[in-house]
Design a protein around this ligand. Structure first.
Ligand code: 13P
Length: 265
């Protein structure tokens, strides 16, 4: 069974003392849940001190980005190799990186391979713009993003990858409707099944991201194949983030710990 994963992407927020305070507050609020994995993705600067502060039974750390070369003359960059003892996960291909920092399909592919090579689990972000949705190109966009990102990985490697469906029009704006999430998540898992086989498709975790709040957690977890969330601004407020984790726990309890069945399982 796939374990539910909730990732807080702090983006470029919180200095070292603010980050430390947020972890302190989260640690007070969030209990240890056997069936829920909670991951924090603070800024690169605070990963090291937070790795010493976090209660590892409650939280794991993720980097928000890294460079695909292991070392060399790349001023200003941090490699996956440098992060490997500090983080468990790394977010790759977030739309903000694709749009603002020119991470293209090939860069994302190389970062995926670098993460796997350094034994860091990639959280691959995919998703369409508003215009692409209106033009009915969502599946094509997802296809292209998945095809390149996963192209240098073996089936066994892909089985451990996390994929986050983050429609760009939803981020910081509006939560996608369960039906829209269902369609995209079904497509993503179907792609993985077609290319890497049934076993990999069953194993891979698919998250939803885009304006996730405590009130929408149950509706989204009811969507077959949604295995958790990538949370942006909601993860900066300890009450909101703790409430998202708590709502997830309640949903799990109501469903006897059973994930909604995925079509074909
Ligand atoms: P929001 O939750 O602020 O919409 O951000 C989503 C996101 O981009 C997480 O990576």
């Amino acid at each position: 069974m796939r374990k539910i994963l909730i990732v807080g992407n702090w983006k470029m927020h919180l200095n070292a003392s603010q980050a430390s305070l947020l972890v302190h507050r989260l640690q007070e609020r969030i209990k240890i849940y056997r069936d829920i994995e909670v991951v924090l993705a603070p800024s690169m600067l605070t990963l090291q001190p937070l790795s010493l502060q976090i209660d590892r039974r409650k939280f794991r750390l993720a980097a928000q980005n890294a460079y695909f070369r292991d070392e060399g003359p790349f001023t200003g960059e941090v490699s996956f190799n440098m992060l490997r003892d500090i983080v468990h996960y790394v977010i790759i291909g977030h739309s903000e990186r694709r749009q603002l920092f020119h991470d293209n399909l090939a860069t994302v592919r190389d970062k995926m391979a670098a993460a796997v090579r350094n034994e860091i689990v990639p959280i691959l972000c995919v998703g369409e713009t508003q215009q692409e949705r209106e033009d009915k190109e969502t599946k094509q966009v997802l296809h292209d993003q998945l095809m390149t990102a996963l192209s240098n990985l073996t089936a066994a490697e892909v089985a451990d990858v996390v994929i986050a469906y983050e429609p760009i029009w939803a981020i910081g704006q509006v939560t996608a409707k369960p039906g829209q999430v269902a369609e995209a998540v079904t497509y993503v898992r179907g792609y993985v099944r077609d290319v890497f086989g049934e076993k990999v498709a069953k194993n891979i975790r698919i998250l939803y991201g885009g304006d996730v709040a405590p009130e929408v957690v149950h509706g989204l977890l009811d969507v077959p194949g949604v295995d958790g969330f990538l949370v942006g601004h909601g993860s900066l407020n300890y009450e909101t983030f703790a409430a998202i984790v708590e709502a997830t726990h309640r949903w799990q309890r109501n469903n006897n710990g059973e994930m909604a069945p995925v079509k074909g399982e």
